[in-house]
Design a protein around this ligand. Structure first.
Ligand code: G3P
Length: 217
């Protein structure tokens, strides 16, 4: 399973990239706002840090305006992935941008039928938002499961990018179902390493090691 980091904070991206945790980055208008940076400048900086796809979202909603913004975003770097809303205009843009060879990420997916449309439009990635479904009392993982089954039934190559993943349990569940990618905030990705028995075991080993009086290096 590939890990994308869901942030526009370059320091956090650098830290996780050095750990080998980053196969790509996802951003959205809210994350750009949080970064306090200019979208084109910060996205270029992120593209220079990370080798994999960096999703940058259009903010226009009409087809022609989406395509104008997409042309600007596409010029940022070779590893840019154009993020498009799950609307008729967004899907039309996806179809044309994907057939022109651009990476595309269709975002704000909340149903299996929406994911089916995105795959038919040739999306590189579909982004079902797990956490936001959980927020309204549904189970985001049911959606991941349904999309996995539909994509496998028809051999769609669109990758399932489990988004709005907020907990380590979201990541585990998405991996068990077979989502191709998960995107999560830096803190959630780093939390994957934590287990109290690891900490406790290490503490005991180090205490015993100190008693030996030995040094390895
Ligand atoms: O990947 C999409 C993500 O940024 C949305 O996450 O936590 O705002 O639902 P959240």
């Amino acid at each position: 399973m590939k890990f994308f980091v869901d942030t526009a904070d370059v320091n956090e991206i650098r830290e996780l990239n050095d750990l080998g945790f980053v196969d790509g980055v996802t951003t959205n208008p809210s994350l750009i706002l949080k970064s306090g940076r200019n979208i084109l400048e910060v996205t270029k900086e992120i593209c220079d840090i990370v080798e994999g796809p960096v999703s940058s979202e259009v903010t226009a909603t009409e087809y022609d305006a989406i395509m104008k913004e997409a042309a600007v975003i596409a010029k940022i770097a070779d590893n840019i992935c154009i993020k498009l809303p799950l609307t008729l205009d967004g899907l039309k843009a996806c179809k044309n941008l994907s057939s022109d060879g651009h990476l595309t990420n269709v975002t704000l997916c909340f149903s299996a039928n929406q994911a089916l449309l995105a795959a038919r439009a040739g999306a590189t990635f579909i982004s079902p938002f797990i956490g936001r479904l959980d927020d309204i009392g549904l189970d985001g993982m049911d959606l991941i499961q349904e999309i996995r089954q539909i994509y496998d039934n028809y051999g769609f190559e669109t990758e399932i990018l489990a988004a709005s993943a907020r907990t380590v349990n979201h990541i585990k569940a998405a991996a068990l179902i077979g989502a191709d990618v998960v995107t999560a905030p830096p803190a959630t990705l780093k939390a994957l390493v934590k287990h109290p028995l690891t900490d406790k075991g290490l503490e005991t080993f180090l205490a015993d090691w100190a008693k030996t009086g030995q040094k390895i290096a």
